[in-house]
Write a protein that binds this ligand. Structure first.
Ligand code: URA
Length: 233
C-alpha cells in the first residue's frame, strides 16, 4: 500500500496534506523521515509517525451511535446527516450507517466502513433481529398486539411474524425485517400511532446506556466478532 493512502485512510490528513508534511520532514517511516509519500509500505508492520503522532492503519471501523432525533441516516453531506455527529475522520474513511432509522427515531445505529459485513447484516436471509422500545396512542389491546405479532398488511407488504411484548401504550417490538417506516405503518394498520421510537438492539448489539443521545463509541472486539458470527449462520 502507498504511504499516503495508509496515512489518509486513518483520517488524519488528505493525501495532499501528507505530501506537504513529508516535504517538511514530518512523515517518519520506520524511524526515518520520508520525502516521497508514494513509496509502498507493508501496512501490517510499518511504523508511521505523522506530524509527531504515532498512527496505526485500520482497514475497518465499527461505531455504535446513540442517534438523536432530527438526524437522517445518510452518509452524504446533508447538514442533518448522522455523520455530522462523528469526527470527520470517519467520513474520510468512508464510514456509513448500516441500515436506516427515521429522522425522529432515536437509539442504536451501527456505523461502519465494512461494506461486506453491513451488506450481510442487512440481508434478509440472516433475519437479524432489531428491537425497539415504543410508545403509541391510543394504547393497543391484546387483540391488536396479537395481530401485530402475526403480521399485518402495510400496503406494499405483509409483515413477517414479530414479537410485541405487551398490550398498552408502550412496549418493545422485535422485527427481523426493515421496511420503510415499518413499525409506524404496522401500528397504523391496527388503528394506533407510534409517538416515540427508540432502537435498543441490533442483532447481538445492545445500546450502551452510558451513551447519551448524540454520543458514540467504537465497538469492542467482542462486539465486532458477535456481528461477524451473526452473518456466518
Ligand atoms: N420502523 C419505523 O417505523 N421507523 C424506524 O425508524 C424504524 C423502524
Amino acid at each position: 500500500m502507498r504511504l499516503d493512502k495508509y496515512i489518509a485512510d486513518t483520517g488524519i490528513a488528505s493525501r495532499k496534506e501528507c505530501a506537504k508534511a513529508a516535504r517538511a520532514g514530518l512523515v517518519i517511516l520506520n524511524g526515518a523521515p520520508v520525502k516521497d509519500v508514494s513509496v509502498h509500505i507493508d501496512e501490517n508492520t510499518a511504523q508511521v509517525i505523522y506530524c509527531g503522532k504515532n498512527i496505526q492503519w485500520q482497514k475497518y471501523v465499527y461505531l455504535m451511535l446513540n442517534k438523536p432525533s432530527g438526524y437522517i441516516s445518510s452518509s452524504d453531506g446533508d447538514s442533518r446527516s448522522i455523520m455530522r455527529l462523528l469526527p470527520e475522520k470517519y467520513s474520510k474513511m468512508d464510514a456509513f450507517p448500516c441500515g436506516r432509522l427515521d429522522i425522529d427515531t432515536v437509539g442504536l445505529l451501527l456505523v461502519t466502513n465494512d461494506g461486506p459485513l453491513a451488506h450481510e447484516l442487512l440481508a434478509p436471509r440472516h433475519h437479524v433481529e432489531k428491537t425497539y422500545y415504543y410508545k403509541c396512542s391510543p394504547a393497543i389491546n391484546e387483540e391488536q398486539r396479537k395481530r401485530l405479532e402475526d403480521g399485518v398488511d402495510i400496503g406494499d407488504h405483509f409483515t413477517k411474524p414479530s414479537h410485541v411484548s405487551c398490550a398498552g401504550d408502550e412496549g418493545e417490538i422485535t422485527l427481523t425485517e426493515g421496511k420503510f417506516h415499518q413499525i409506524k405503518r404496522m401500528f397504523e394498520a391496527v388503528g394506533s400511532k407510534i409517538t416515540y421510537l427508540r432502537r435498543v438492539s441490533f442483532g447481538p448489539l445492545t445500546i450502551d446506556e452510558s451513551l447519551s443521545e448524540g454520543e458514540w463509541r467504537e465497538l469492542t472486539p467482542e462486539e465486532i466478532k458477535s456481528l461477524q458470527d451473526k452473518t456466518k449462520r
